[in-house]
Design a protein around this ligand. Structure first.
Ligand code: ADP
Length: 281
């Protein structure tokens, strides 16, 4: 706050850029200042400070990343990558700086989802993320040809992923979303620990066969003390475009029930919608 005779200059710092009361708070502050005698001009700068959900070690190579959220699924094909990128874009649209790292080493989908296969440039020490849709993006898919299988064994995968995590020059991220590989093995475990995750989100389809594996994923995060932020049910229901009737192709509500049983939040249900598939392709 600076006050020079009748000129007042200050910064109003909100708790989050997505604060639902932004306008109300700003209006209240303006009104309060109008009521003070002797203020002729004032200049208010509104900013927001995003909380850090992880300890930021000065030596840590990801010190510019405030929160890291892992998006995981027990099974492949449930829409984890699709949900991860849409989540990243939604958070960005709420005013945050967001990056996304495709750690699905055996089936990287991000290059296809952002429609770009350019090679990331290096500044000699680190790789610069690709910018797409206002997000900072990195994928193992940018570095290997997209039609050759990744035939690495566990230790090689872990070392490649560690490099991806630590050798990318992320620029002041409020959130880094990591699209984790499906499953609950060594790779996922070491990644959860190395990335120092602030939280995790589980994506599942509603049927039992997917939920069994989703539960394993959830327990894995609990084992390594990563908070589970909740479960998203994808392909939850289908509305027929010609007759508007709802069909629950994979059942419906299974993930919600599972979230209740496991004591975590249910974050929402996404319909099976051909537009999601076609716009992703
Ligand atoms: P995962 O990352 O779990 O392997 P993907 O995100 O690659 O799954 O999704 C698998 C396929 O399903 C993709 O073709 C994607 O476009 C499609 N898909 C995902 N979610 C939906 C949805 N809600 N409606 C329609 N298609 C979807």
């Amino acid at each position: 706050l600076e006050l020079n005779s009748g000129d007042l200059k200050f910064t109003l710092e909100l708790t989050t850029p997505a604060c639902p009361f932004n306008d109300e708070i700003e209006a209240d502050v303006r009104k309060a200042i109008d009521d003070i005698d002797g203020i002729e001009n004032f200049d208010m700068k509104v900013t927001a400070k995003v909380m850090e959900g992880r300890s930021l070690d000065a030596d840590e190579s990801m010190a510019t990343v405030k929160n890291v959220i892992g998006v995981a699924s027990g099974k492949g094909g449930v829409g984890k990558s699709t949900t991860a990128i849409n989540l990243a874009i939604s958070i960005k649209n709420n005013g945050y700086n967001v990056g996304i790292l495709d750690a699905d080493i055996y089936g990287p989908s991000l290059p296809k989802l952002i429609g770009s296969n350019q090679k990331p440039k290096s500044d000699g020490k680190k790789l610069n993320p690709i910018n797409a849709f206002g997000l900072q993006v990195m994928s193992i898919g940018f570095l290997v040809p997209d039609d050759s299988p990744t035939i690495w064994r566990g230790p090689m995968v872990i070392s490649a992923l560690t490099q991806l995590l630590t050798q990318v020059s992320w620029q002041n991220l409020d959130f880094l979303i990591i699209d984790l590989p499906p499953g609950t093995g060594d790779i996922q475990l070491s990644l959860a620990q190395k990335a120092n995750l602030s939280g995790s989100i589980i994506v599942s389809t509603p049927q039992d066969l997917a939920l069994i594996d989703a539960r394993k994923g959830l327990n894995m995060f609990r084992k390594v003390d990563v908070p589970v932020l909740g479960i998203i049910e994808n392909m939850s229901f289908f509305i027929c475009p010609s007759c508007n009737e709802q069909t629950n192709i994979f059942g419906n509500g299974g993930a919600k029930k599972e979230a209740e049983n496991l004591g975590v939040d249910f974050l929402g249900a996404i319909p099976l919608d051909s537009e999601i598939r076609s716009t992703s392709d």
